[in-house]
Design a protein around this ligand. Structure first.
Ligand code: CUA
Length: 312
């Protein structure tokens, strides 16, 4: 799948397009005001500049026509800006009218959890959405304030403790859309990437079904050894893997880790070598990360990586 141009100037949803239109509308008004004010200042400087012996220019005080004009014109400008903003807000963030969100985004220091309440699927950092379908996302946080922002798909949405916010989006084409956390949230704020994978509805349904499959736990070989290590070396305290005793929720759900393209909220690509290095010392890729260095040997880290890379 292609990674789409990530930019507020290349919107890929009606919601993001509405925000772009509002931006250009406000920019045009600001440009006219700038040109008028700058033009008048320049005209005044040139025409009325000091000349030796010249009389003072005509003094205009208490001119009712002028004062009425410069009260009414700004009032009209502000009214136009207000109407534009209000219309955009109503379109981008309409009332829920009892609709339940199809996706629940929970921001964590420093990764994203994505839950699909209708099916029970839980994944991390890579959000799948159907194309040409209006999705409603609920945005929450498990700790501090974060901000979910995928510029192509719509508004920035703050993730505020104990106050769910909502994002409506109707992606207009398939592909991978990149986003990031847009509110400073600690050490790794800059390494809190979002990948949104927009698929045809049939492919999206197939993906949901694939995520519901409980992967078999290997019992022998390197993968079997890795599974044992995973369940005995405290990994399971923070991570969940369906079909095993691992039920932790502090870190990302790893049930289908091998399906993801990246590790650590987008910091490195997913693969055996990278995953082994990550398990060995996650701090190397994400300084300050809450995932501890468990001081595993190279072969232990490798075995766990082999196990996790088999989870499809
Ligand atoms: Cu999360 Cu910034």
């Amino acid at each position: 799948m292609i990674v789409q141009d990530t930019s507020v100037f290349a919107p890929d949803s009606p919601q993001a397009r509405a925000i772009e239109r509002l931006f250009y509308f406000d920019l045009a008004i600001a440009a006219v005001i700038f040109a008028a004010v700058a033009g008048l200042v320049i005209a005044a400087v040139v025409r009325f500049r000091y000349r030796p012996g010249a009389p003072l220019p005509r003094q205009d005080e208490g001119n009712p026509k002028l004062e009425t004009a410069w009260t009414i014109i700004p009032a009209l400008i502000l009214t136009a800006l207000f109407i534009g903003t209000w219309r955009t807000m109503v379109f981008v963030n309409p009332p829920l009218h009892g609709r339940k969100p199809g996706m629940v985004v929970t921001a964590h220091q420093w990764w994203w959890e994505f839950r699909y309440p209708h099916s029970g699927v839980v994944t991390a950092n890579e959000l799948h959405l159907p194309v040409r379908v209006t999705s409603l996302l609920e945005v929450r946080t498990a700790d501090v304030i974060h901000d979910f922002w995928v510029p192509d798909l719509g508004a920035k949405v703050d993730a505020i403790p104990n106050h769910p916010n909502y994002l409506w989006t109707k992606p207009s084409q398939t592909g991978i859309f990149l986003g990031t956390c847009a509110e400073f949230c600690g050490n790794e704020h800059a390494l809190m990437g979002i990948r949104v994978i927009v698929q045809e509805p049939a492919a999206f349904s197939a993906w949901i079904q694939s995520q519901l499959v409980v992967p078999a736990t290997p019992t022998n070989g390197v993968a079997g050894a890795g599974a044992k290590l995973f369940l005995t070396r405290t990994c399971e305290n923070c991570h969940t893997i369906a079909g095993t005793a691992a039920k932790g929720t502090f870190g990302p759900n790893l049930t289908h880790l091998a399906d993801r393209e990246t590790i650590g909220a987008g910091v490195i690509t997913n693969g055996l070598t990278n995953l082994t290095a990550w398990i060995h010392n996650p701090d190397r890729f994400k300084p300050g990360i809450y995932m501890p260095n468990l001081h595993l040997t190279e072969s232990e880290a490798h075995a766990i990586a082999v196990y996790l890379e088999g989870l499809r």
